[in-house]
Design a protein. Structure first.
Length: 399
């Protein structure tokens, strides 16, 4: 018993020793090393990041965060180069990574642009802009209903319309199946890169302290690894239950990946309406409507060969359509009422990872152990057709 206790103590000691030594090293570096000299001789790095600007009648509220390594004291606030009285909570001094709220009693006018400048106590400035002033939506039934309808128009209805191509696709001869699978891969690859591109754009609107690349990487790999584990788990069942089971799994995984992608689209639309960019929001809705019809095609193509063997096929089809489309509603609500760029990056990265993983699974199944076998004229033509379809409909999405 005593021997086992000593073994545990040694085990913990060996595990904790590097951590203790690391803390000692950090203490020495901060207290006596070069960092102490630099901090004493160089001016402090100050950085305030304006996360959100909220407009209410006669009032402007700024949500800010200290994105630098030093405390920052906000001394003055100017609106359109005119200094204005303000109040700040919890205090006018923000510690590193501390969030704050700045309120100004200001008679802003609907539709006007405003430039807001924050002045730190040492004269360093931080800028924020309001392109078109409009009251920020508050959570109420009218706005809730409006954002839900936006999500239905953008995500649910277009995807379900896309599913209506199934009767036409199933009439095609079997030799077209490989072409259609390749077309699906083209659609998915384009969607995946589209989601990644939107993620990188959003990272620019994140405070550096949030490490946007880290959020993107975690979301992307989380989706890839999770869906790879699901695919591995279903391989055994697919061998037992047949090809139709594998096709059904593909359909659900494609719907899930597209749904996560559409959540990001909903965030973009909801946030555009929330900050008063009605024209941009309307263009996004129209563009995504057309764009998302093609997503229904991507879902149904893997099912065209084996649909007769799938029980309750119509029910599965409707569920897949809802999985792909309904997340758009959640996205518009989050974007409209409590937009978070970090959340946007995370969900878009998950969507990209899921889409790429499913595309790879379909490619792997098509190759049947020989990757060169997929590069037939029919398959390459199908893949290019998928890319061109998404590219053409993408012209309608502005923003």
């Amino acid at each position: 018993m005593e021997q086992e206790k000593n073994h545990r103590i040694k085990f913990l000691g060996r595990a904790l020793l590097p951590i203790v030594l690391l803390f000692i090293l950090l203490f020495v570096f901060i207290k006596f090393g070069p960092l102490g000299v630099f901090k004493a001789t160089l001016p402090p790095i100050e950085k305030i990041f304006i996360q959100r600007i909220i407009l209410e009648p006669e009032q402007i509220t700024l949500k800010v965060i200290n994105d630098g390594p030093e405390p920052v004291t906000i001394a003055q606030v100017a609106v359109n180069e005119v200094f204005w009285q303000f109040s700040m909570h919890p205090s006018s001094t923000l510690m590193p990574l501390e969030k704050g709220e700045i309120k100004l009693h200001y008679p802003w006018l609907e539709g006007d642009p405003y430039s807001i400048t924050l002045f730190a106590s040492d004269g360093v400035t931080f800028e924020g802009e309001i392109g078109v002033a409009t009251e920020t939506p508050k959570f109420n039934f009218l706005f809730f209903k409006s954002f839900v309808l936006l999500g239905i128009y953008v995500g649910v209805i277009p995807v379900l319309i896309g599913l209506l191509w199934f009767p036409f696709l199933k009439m095609l001869k079997l030799r077209w199946y490989s072409f259609l699978l390749s077309l699906t891969i083209g659609l998915l690859i384009f969607l995946g890169f589209d989601a990644l591109a939107e993620s990188f754009e959003l990272i620019e609107s994140l405070p550096q302290a949030f490490n946007g690349i880290g959020i993107l990487l975690i979301g992307f790999l989380l989706a890839v690894l999770t869906l790879s584990a699901v695919s591995y788990k279903t391989q055994h069942h697919a061998k037992e239950k047949g090809e139709h089971y594998q096709a059904l799994v593909w359909g659900y995984l494609i719907a899930l990946g597209i749904g996560l992608h559409n959540l990001g689209e909903g965030l973009a639309i909801g946030s555009a309406y929330a900050v008063g960019e009605i024209a941009l929001g309307s263009l996004l809705v129209i563009g995504f409507m057309v764009h998302n019809v093609t997503e229904g095609v991507a879902i149904v193509v893997p099912l065209t060969k084996t649909f007769k063997q799938i029980k309750h096929f119509l029910m599965h089809l409707i569920i897949m359509g809802l999985i792909a489309g309904v997340p758009t509603i959640a996205g518009t609500l989050i974007g409209g009422f409590s937009y978070s760029a970090a959340l946007g990056v995370f969900f878009l990265a998950i969507g990209a990872g899921a889409i790429f993983d499913v595309a790879f699974d379909i490619l792997n199944q098509m190759s049947k152990g020989s990757w060169l076998s997929i590069f037939t004229f029919t398959n390459v033509l199908g893949f290019l057709a998928g890319l061109l379809i998404m590219y053409a409909t993408g012209f309608l999405v502005l923003g």
